[in-house]
Ligand binder design. Structure first.
Ligand SMILES: O=C(O)[C@H](O)COP(=O)(O)O
Length: 230
């Protein structure tokens, strides 16, 4: 029996200012730091011990992982950062205010961009100040792989190779794993783990800083799911 803990990063500065974020590397807000520390305290209280940590290459997730591990005295465990756990790329919406965008394009269109499984947001131009086309951290990737916009389906498709190559083998080997990532990369993993339909995933939300604990049997079936809260 192995355990997998998923944590969405604590509140970010752009969660606070209500801006589409995606792959833009914004920091945690003060509240986000507190949420991450609280997640670590809950992990400690529940006696959860990890063998391996995974996170994205974005600081809001990396810092959340570190605060949570520090609070639970497990900052020493092996950790791997991968772009495959990044937030879903929000395309040309990155940097825009969500409320102002809804006023311009309508609530329904913005809801579709945010939660539909298959509709892509508009692609980002390489010259956009919030593009990752020239970001050094992605320079070792085939440029055709670096997205210019993603929906949840595309996001799931790029998370899955990492699940198959790293996370699933760890769990099958009986390791306990913690993943600190993002609302939509974690919704994608949740969809796969819980076999949620394309329609029903639209209603699944991840709270910032709330650890979700799965227990798996030796065939990787979920035998238990608990959300840690006070
Ligand atoms: O990238 C973002 O803007 C947020 O982290 C997640 O946004 P969403 O709630 O619109 O999916």
């Amino acid at each position: 029996m192995s355990k997998l803990v998923l944590i969405r990063h604590g509140q970010s500065e752009w969660n606070l200012s209500n801006q589409f974020t995606g792959w833009v590397d914004v920091n945690l807000s003060d509240k986000g730091v507190e949420e991450a520390k609280k997640a670590g305290r809950l992990i400690k209280e529940h006696g959860l011990k990890f063998d391996q940590a995974y996170t994205s290459v974005l600081k809001r997730a990396i810092k959340t992982l570190h605060f949570a591990l520090e609070e639970s005295d497990q900052l020493w465990i092996p950790e791997t950062k991968t772009w495959r756990l990044n937030e879903r790329h929000y395309g040309a919406l990155q940097g825009l205010n969500k409320k102002a965008t809804a006023e311009k394009y309508g609530d329904e269109q913005v809801h579709i961009w945010r939660r539909s499984y298959d509709v892509l947001p508009p692609a980002i131009d390489d010259n956009n100040e919030y593009s990752q086309a020239h970001d050094r951290r992605y320079s070792n990737l085939d440029p055709n792989i670096v997205p210019k916009a993603e929906n949840l389906h595309v996001c799931l498709d790029r998370v899955m190779p990492f699940w198959e190559d790293h996370i699933a083998p760890d769990l099958l080997a009986g390791k306990n794993v913690i993943i600190a990532a993002h609302g939509n990369s974690l919704r994608a993993l949740t969809k796969y783990i819980e076999r949620i339909s394309d329609e029903d995933i639209m209603d699944v939300e991840m709270k910032t800083g709330e650890p979700v604990v799965y227990t798996f049997d030796d065939k990787l079936n979920v035998t238990d799911k608990v959300k840690l809260d006070d």
